[in-house]
Ligand binder design. Structure first.
Ligand SMILES: Nc1nc2c(c(=O)[nH]1)N=C([C@H](O)[C@H](O)COP(=O)(O)OP(=O)(O)OP(=O)(O)O)CN2
Ligand SMILES: [Zn+2]
Length: 139
C-alpha cells in the first residue's frame, strides 16, 4: 500500500465553550492540517505514471480547505450571544460557525470527511493545534 502525505496551515482564533480553563477564552493557533491518503497501486500511464496522485493536486486540495479557515474566528454555532456576533460582523470580522466544538479531534474528523467526499482514499488526517499537540482521525 502506498501512502502520500501533504500539509497546509492556517492561523485562526477559537475558544472552547463550556471549558473550565484558559481555553474558554478567545485565543489563536497556527493550525496544521496534515493529510495522508493511500492507494494499492500507482498510476500506470500518462502524466501521473508512477504516482498515487500528483502531489500538486493533493497539495492544492489541502491548501484550499486550509485557506477557507484562515484568519477567521472559528466558533461552535450558538455559543455566543446573537448581539455579540452581530457586533463582530458589523466590524467586518470573519466568523466561521461550525456545528462542532472546535477541538483538534473534531477538526480532524471534519477534514477527513471533506477530503474523502472529494474522492480520495484517506488513511488519516492529523490536526496540530500547537507544534507538540495533534489529534489524528482515521477509519
Ligand atoms: N484533546 C484536546 N485537548 C485540548 C484541545 C483539543 O483540541 N483537544 N484544545 C485545547 C485548547 O484549544 C488549547 O488552546 C490548547 O491548549 P494547550 O494544549 O495548553 O496549548 P497552549 O497553546 O497553551 O500551549 P502550551 O503548551 O501551554 O505552550 C485544550 N485541550
Ligand atoms: Zn485552542
Amino acid at each position: 500500500m502506498y501512502q502520500l502525505n501533504t500539509h497546509a496551515s492556517f492561523d485562526s482564533a477559537h475558544f472552547l465553550a463550556g471549558y473550565e480553563g484558559k481555553c474558554r477564552n478567545l485565543h489563536g493557533h497556527r493550525w496544521k492540517l496534515s493529510v495522508t491518503i493511500q492507494k494499492e497501486k500507482v498510476e500506470e500511464q500518462g502524466q501521473t505514471r508512477g504516482m498515487v496522485v500528483d502531489f500538486g493536486e493533493l497539495k492544492d486540495k489541502v491548501k484550499e480547505i486550509a485557506d477557507e479557515f484562515d484568519h477567521a474566528l472559528i466558533m461552535e454555532k450558538d455559543t455566543l450571544k446573537a448581539k455579540t456576533i452581530e457586533a463582530l460582523r458589523e466590524e467586518e470580522f470573519r466568523i466561521i460557525e461550525v456545528k462542532f466544538r472546535p477541538t483538534a479531534e473534531n477538526f480532524a474528523r471534519y477534514f477527513y470527511d471533506r477530503i474523502k467526499q472529494d474522492g480520495y482514499d484517506v488513511s488519516f488526517v492529523e490536526v496540530y493545534e500547537t507544534p507538540n499537540n495533534c489529534a489524528i482521525y482515521g477509519e
